[in-house]
Design a protein around this ligand. Sequence first.
Ligand code: PBG
Length: 322
Amino acid sequence: MQRRPRRNRKSESVRNLVEETSLSVKDLIFPLFLIDGARQKIEVKSMPGIFRFSQDLMLKEIEECMKLGISSFDVFPAYPESLKNSTATESFNPETFYLKALREIKRQFPEVCLMSDVAMDPYSSDGHDGLVKNGKILNDETLEILGRMSLAQAEAGVDILGPSDMMDGRVGYIRNLLDENGFTETSIMSYTAKYASAFYGPFRDALDSAPKFGDKKTYQMNPANSQEALIEADLDFEEGADFLMVKPALSYLDIIKLLSDNFPLPIAAYNVSGEYSMVKAAAAQGWLDSDRAMLEILLSIKRSGAKIILSYFAKEFALLKS
Ligand code: PBG
């Protein structure tokens, strides 16, 4: 045998030399769940180790994470039913607790990269990402609402807007509106290829945001398709997105690779709630090692071509590396 691949695996130091992919806490964005009130820190039942925070304790959490080297956060709000309606008007009420918290985070920690979510579902009495009429999701009418929400978040000082709604044309619509209003510095990370996935279950528990009827298949993508991801990516690229995201991550590593091979923009992947919960559930049974599974998962996402990973494991990863 002339060629013995095992020689390059013979010791830790040789393995280090030939290692192709490395993970850094700088690659990660930590998603956080916000609730109204004070002194609240409530664990999400289906996501052990992940909490819903009121603003005061979220600020503490961010400070703690920054000490561990995490510098990017994506904040999602959980609204009570009483503040939801069919047109999601609470999303652009300047005094709403979500916008107040975003402003306060940027005031206290101007150096953090703060990302927000643009979609109707947390504020919608229908639990859908778009405007519902007669059981249908209206695309163009939704854009107007997403536009108002985006402007309100940009005014709050958010660094990156994350349209997660999958309406057609929203990246261009939001980009124009931001530019017309002087927010040329506000970035857009488009949820480019967001699939209609079972793995969002725990997130919808965390936000009480499950659809009240039907599913999200008329706007989120069919898990059977990859060509469609290229169409979505072309559009987002043309419409001015700064980052392209694939979501979920694990069942879609081929899509991450497809976009990273074909587009010069940084690719992000969202390691979603269900992907986190699966590991935690199995680890609680003693069926796998949570730390090792986490490292392997994050590494595989990076190896497939994602420059940026949104993950509920971010703090655990940072703790492990510190
Ligand atoms: C909704 C939104 C979802 C997630 C992020 N934004 C859920 C959905 O589309 O129903 C999922 C994130 C996760 O599962 O971790 N706009």
